[in-house]
Design a protein around this ligand. Sequence first.
Ligand code: CP
Length: 322
Amino acid sequence: MPPTTRHLLGLEGTSREQLITVLDLAREFRAVSQRRIKKVPTLRGITVVLFFVEPSTRTRLSFEVAAKRLSADTLSFTASHSSLKKGETLLDTAQNLMAMRPDIIVIRHSAPGAPHLLSRHVEAAIVNAGDGAHEHPTQGLLDMFTMREHKGELDGLVVAVVGDILHSRVARSNIHGLTTMGARVRVAGPRTMLPPMLERLGVTCHDRIEPAIEGADVVMMLRIQKERMGSELFPSEREYSRVFGLDARKLELAKPDAIVMHPGPMNRGVEITPDVADSGRSVILEQVENGVAVRMAVLYLTSAHLIEGNGMETTPGAGVGP
Ligand code: CP
């Protein structure tokens, strides 16, 4: 992403320096959310469209909070209440949105590549908020930010990602980002949920959870994405939970100070037991909190070319009240 392009389409191909820029900036922006007055004028005059064609709780709301904390104007677009329902195409919809002259479009879509398509046809900066099973770059960034806050450097960190890897854009963005940062990524799931040629991305694959989490610094659990499955890929939810679900006994295999992560939404009792999800090892709600800071950094960086020379505040968080 920065400084070579104004879009954030994915973490694949993003350099270590670019990732560090976002993560360092997010740390500065996190301080804004910890103040009494949680608002800075940094993106005053910038318009952000939240274009969500797939359901979302965390990503949509945290982009909205991030934009508002930076004083940007937001427009919320929800597919179910739009003219997409009347047959309007994605591109026609985007061209009509562009007629309202937004600066940034944050898009979530079920089709992999939808943000890339938009980036070729509209003037606004495009931020991918999740495209099908392809990438979810801001989730990958907030996950790396959370790991860095707990573990220091990512270089050499052992990260186990467990669950439905095949359909997980979160896994893909984390794999790209973490391997670039020098972490050692292990993935585990039923063989039917491990995409072929995964090893080419520099990860170690397991069809059992135990070897993946043994000695791990971070255990990231993923949800089974039934909405993306054409057919059943495992015998039963109960069986899946017994073999791949994280409980306190399995977690003992990880390092004693290992943290437990989940991008949400969680299926309690399926991929993670409630006692582990709510334990002191879990950083799941911290991930959500850090998502706001990371998205503030991404909105700032994707609009930096609009801010500079505009007479607007360019130093994140500077010139702010108490
Ligand atoms: N992690 C995540 O993308 O959650 P939402 O689907 O609620 O946005």
